[in-house]
Design a protein around this ligand. Structure first.
Ligand SMILES: NC(=O)c1ccc[n+]([C@@H]2O[C@H](COP(=O)([O-])OP(=O)(O)OC[C@H]3O[C@@H](n4cnc5c(N)ncnc54)[C@H](OP(=O)(O)O)[C@@H]3O)[C@@H](O)[C@H]2O)c1
Length: 218
């Protein structure tokens, strides 16, 4: 049985992803800030993770190591968008908190999990087209976009570093009806999850940014 580690499985895209992997006979290590989810499965274990808290990140990685399982797929899905993060000004509190959660915490966790990854594993960073340099729109969100652009660069750097043993990808999941968008969007979480699931299992070139199965510009 293969193992997938997915962050942010309490709701939204992460929950749909966890349920899809469970349906397809994966062992799932999921996370939420409280360490619980409103669904259970014999092949699901939930771990507490707050990406803004280095002690929580360390504990989470240790819990994963203690399971004694190698990780085949790591999906860095958890992220936040803070109310008030718009294009008009930069709120430094929002910027710091967003970068802690959406960048520093993800890098910290990933670096701790890399030694647990199987050869030929796949790391997927759930990014956003808002992190793409070519995608500046009226909906631009400064801190969130900066965090996703930086996550994209981490994807590139990690792909270069792990080239001979682990594939590293970034993906834009689409505009999805989740709490992050107050329920608005074009896709159901299950549709976005299917896209990420298919990428996770595909044999793709490392270091690419994906959207709907196609390479998307950085
Ligand atoms: N929805 C969209 O249209 C859209 C578009 C582009 C990209 N994305 C990306 O897709 C991913 C999933 O988004 P979503 O829409 O499913 O979001 P969501 O419904 O708001 O769910 C966010 C998940 O992340 C977890 N989380 C939040 N803050 C955290 C923190 N500080 N530390 C650890 N975990 C934390 C939450 O856990 P708790 O339940 O414990 O708070 C929850 O499980 C994110 O990376 C997002 O940026 C979404």
């Amino acid at each position: 049985m293969k193992t997938v580690f997915i962050t942010g499985t309490s709701r939204g895209i992460g929950k749909a992803l966890a349920q899809l992997f469970l349906k397809n006979d994966f062992f799932v290590i999921g996370t939420s800030t409280k360490g619980v989810a409103d669904f259970a499965h014999e092949n699901l274990i939930m771990v507490q993770l707050d990406q803004t808290d280095s002690a929580s990140i360390e504990r989470c990685a240790r819990s994963a190591a203690d399971l004694g399982k190698k990780i085949d797929i790591l999906i860095n899905n958890a992220a936040l968008w803070i109310e008030g993060d718009y294009e008009k000004e930069v709120d430094i509190f929002i910027l710091r908190k967003t970068l802690e959660a959406n960048l520093v915490g993800i890098v910290d966790l990933t670096e701790r999990l890399i030694p647990l990854m199987n050869e030929n594993g796949h790391i997927i960073n759930v990014s956003s087209r808002q992190g793409s340099f070519g995608y500046i729109t009226a909906m631009f969100t400064t801190s969130y976009s900066i965090s996703k652009a930086a996550l994209n660069m981490y994807t590139r750097a990690l792909a270069y570093r792990l080239a001979d043993r682990v594939t590293v990808s970034a993906i834009h999941p689409g505009y999805v009806k989740t709490d992050m968008n107050e329920g608005e969007g074009e896709l159901e979480p299950e549709e976005a999850a299917k896209d990420i699931y298919e990428l996770a299992l595909r044999d793709v070139d490392t270091g690419k940014f994906w959207y709907k199965g196609e390479v998307f510009p950085w």
